[in-house]
Design a protein around this ligand. Structure first.
Ligand code: IVH
Length: 678
């Protein structure tokens, strides 16, 4: 069926509107409509095009993705070669460049230059015929490149149609396709998570993405364009200067780097370099230098070319951000939560302006994948203010004898076992309370409100007590005297006495709270309560095997393993022993609930309703069952208790009508944490 004139008109209108939003969003960075409105327009257009395939035109915004996968990359001959640039590595090279220009032109007044950031991406040539993008090609050897139209079409900042009303029959735009650092990190993080190959740097990621055969996959890569010049172009259209060319590119709807400037003379060039070098680290994308171009096109023509580079331009490169150095050793650092990270100690080397002597390796998997060994020569990269990282080992330079680094089985700080849960990339020290690396964190947790609830023992004070050597583990808290506290910052006599009293009060706790306070990996508040309810006594829990632990409702293999490992550490048992000797105690569970096979709720049926603040309804039900009770979904005369959270609804009314006792969440928590039950 042929579309009517009004449908054609609507499609054209939608295309124009969407392109204008694309321009505002991707080129100007000033979106005019919310995403939802944009999506609505896209949907409407896609629907129309599906209904009337005759409406589909190659520059329709719907055609960015979904083109055919390129069977292989066709070769594209550049009618006007894509040149490269001479490099300058020091001020002296720029001085010589400016002098040569003066000599050739026979002038002694200051030359005007266009100064531009040198994007570290992939050079691209975009061919627009009658304003419509028909081909995108890489530089290749400068004369013949690869056809990457199918992937370039997916890049939102590449207009499928130029904006100016009267565009020349042929315009070739030259520029750089790049990937932002953020996009690169995210892409690599995704690749790492799914065990795929990561890219060494944003430039490689951009190049790899452009050569991606599947445009759907390419579309998911965060690529962008900055245009910096023209290739082949119809006569009469040529701008008089490089800076006018950049302005023309902008007016055609192309993205031009906002840091491009017109500078005067050598002094202007050198000063621009310093400014860009300072800003470089904060830029969201990589630049590897700056480019100076004689601004006036007539002068450019007069200067001409040498070999493959113009005489009128030069690239002043920044000092390398990737260098080679030697790994002196691989050590393992323990973070505040016990996470163990490999760190490569490097022979100090300057990279991008700073001396680097360490590089973090994300985790054990990455250490194994990159196979970094002491004695290896490695490529080290420092991008902006990012922590230096090892890009790769240079295999040819590996010493004849070298040994792979084995991840530690014991924590390098405290000697506790290192555990790595199945399916997790992070390995952790199991030392918990005794590992100095984790001490402050563990103590903060121990004293916190939902754990031992020691009022007044906050983060700052814990830091001071640990730094002063007064508190090494949780038991030391119960050894503190008021006069010792007085030496701490901002601690008066009154608050010292108050704190000692709060510490003393916290001795009376519940088994659930105590277990939670221990900070056993995988054991949150709900799990601690479940374990307390099931075992009733610390002794039976600490001696339970993994199988026994897994037999408890809601305890999975990871938690069972973590509990077992924790209690298997002698120093954890020592601290617990000290805590008990220092008076930390809890009501002995209802007799020995685990052994008699009934918990505190044995023989009772409870219904949970409303929203609980401290746990989900399911977690509450699990705890009831773990403590020997039954749970039901509706209130009846056989219901023993209704546990009632916020916004309870009809169950509360029914319980009241039937005379079923109602527990608030606090009362319920008190019960499961060791309080009695009538
Ligand atoms: S001008 C004749 N301008 O650097 C002019 N190039 O080594 C040739 N590049 O292949 C290029 N930013 O990929 C120019 N503002 C800029 C640039 C730039 C990055 C890249 C481009 C080129 C390489 C030359």
């Amino acid at each position: 069926m042929d579309p009517t004139a009004s449908i054609r008109e609507r499609a054209a209108q939608l295309r124009a509107e969407i392109e204008s939003h694309n321009f505002r969003y991707y080129v100007l960075d000033q979106p005019a409509v919310p995403d939802a409105e944009y999506d609505r327009l896209m949907h409407e257009l896609a629907d129309l095009e599906q209904q009337y395939p005759g409406l589909v035109v190659p520059d329709s915004p719907t055609q960015r993705v979904g083109g055919q996968a390129a069977p292989q990359f066709a070769q594209v001959r550049h009618n006007l070669p894509m040149l490269s640039l001479d490099n300058a590595f020091a001020d002296a090279d720029v001085v010589a460049f400016d002098r040569r220009i003066h000599e050739r032109l026979g002038r002694d007044d200051a030359i005007t230059y266009s100064a531009e950031p040198k994007l570290d991406g992939v050079a691209i040539s975009l061919r627009y015929e009658k304003g419509v993008l028909v081909q995108a090609a890489t530089r290749g050897d400068g004369t013949v490149g690869e056809d990457v139209t199918h992937t370039v079409r997916t890049i939102r900042s590449v207009p499928l149609r130029l904006r100016a009303a009267a565009v020349a029959p042929l315009i070739e735009v030259r520029g750089e396709i790049y990937m932002s650092r953020e996009g690169f990190e995210a892409l690599n993080a995704r690749a790492r998570a799914s065990g795929e190959k990561t890219f060494a740097n944003p430039r490689n990621a951009a190049a790899g993405s452009l050569r991606q055969l599947d445009p759907q996959l390419a579309a998911a890569r965060p690529l962008a364009l900055y245009a910096y010049g023209f290739g082949q172009m119809d006569k009469g259209e040529l701008p008089p200067s490089q800076s006018a060319g950049l302005a023309l590119l902008r007016s055609l709807g192309l993205r031009v780097n906002p840091l491009c400037e017109v500078v005067r003379g050598l002094a202007g060039c050198l000063e621009y370099y310093v400014r860009m070098a300072t800003r470089r680290a904060q830029l969201p994308y990589d630049i590897d230098g700056v480019v100076y171009k004689v601004d006036d096109c007539e002068l450019q023509t007069e200067l001409g070319f040498v070999a493959r580079a113009p005489r009128w331009a030069i690239a002043r490169k920044f000092p390398a951000e990737e260098v080679l150095t030697v790994v002196e050793g691989v050590e393992f650092q323990v973070g505040r939560t016990g996470a163990i990270t490999p760190v490569a100690r490097l022979k100090p080397v300057p990279v991008g302006g700073v001396t680097v002597s360490n590089a973090t390796v994300h985790n054990f998997d990455e250490l194994r994948r990159k196979d970094i060994r002491p004695g290896d020569t490695v490529i080290v990269r420092r991008a902006g203010d990012v922590i230096p990282e090892i890009v790769a080992v240079v295999p040819e330079r590996r010493p004849a004898v070298s040994r792979a680094v084995e991840p530690p089985v014991q924590c390098p700080v405290c000697g506790s076992d290192v555990i790595r849960q199945e399916g997790q990339v992070v390995a952790r020290c199991s030392g918990g309370l005794v590992c100095p690396a984790q001490r402050k964190q563990a103590l903060r947790h121990f004293a916190s409100r939902r754990a031992m609830d020691i009022d007044g023992l906050g983060e700052k004070l814990i830091d001071q007590l640990v730094d002063a050597g007064l508190v090494k583990n949780a038991a030391d808290i119960y050894r503190l005297q008021a006069d010792q506290l007085l030496d701490m910052e901002r601690m008066g006599e009154k608050s010292a006495v108050k704190l000692v009293a709060a510490i003393a009060r916290s001795r009376n706790t519940s088994l659930g709270r105590f277990l939670f306070a221990l900070g056993i990996p995988e054991v949150g508040e709900a799990t601690a309560a479940t374990l307390a309810g099931h075992f009733g006594q610390l002794e039976s829990l600490s001696e339970a095997s993994e199988e026994e632990l897994q037999g408890v409702a809601d305890i999975g293999p990871a938690t069972a393993a973590a509990v077992r490992t924790f209690f298997a550490q002698a120093h954890n048992r020592d601290v617990i022993g000290d805590l008990r000797r220092l008076g930390v105690s809890w009501p002995d569970g209802a007799g020995e609930p685990a052994r008699v096979g009934h918990g505190r709720f044995a023989g009772k049926t409870l219904v949970v309703t409303g929203t609980l603040a401290h746990m989900t309804r399911e977690a509450a039900q699990a705890r009831i069952r773990a403590m020997g009770g039954k749970t039901a979904d509706s209130v009846s005369s056989r219901t023993s208790y209704l546990v009632c959270g916020e916004k309870p609804g009809s169950k509360l009314k029914r319980a009241r009508d039937l005379g079923v006792p109602v527990l608030t969440e606090e009362e319920f928590l008190a019960l499961i944490n060791g309080g009695g039950m009538q």
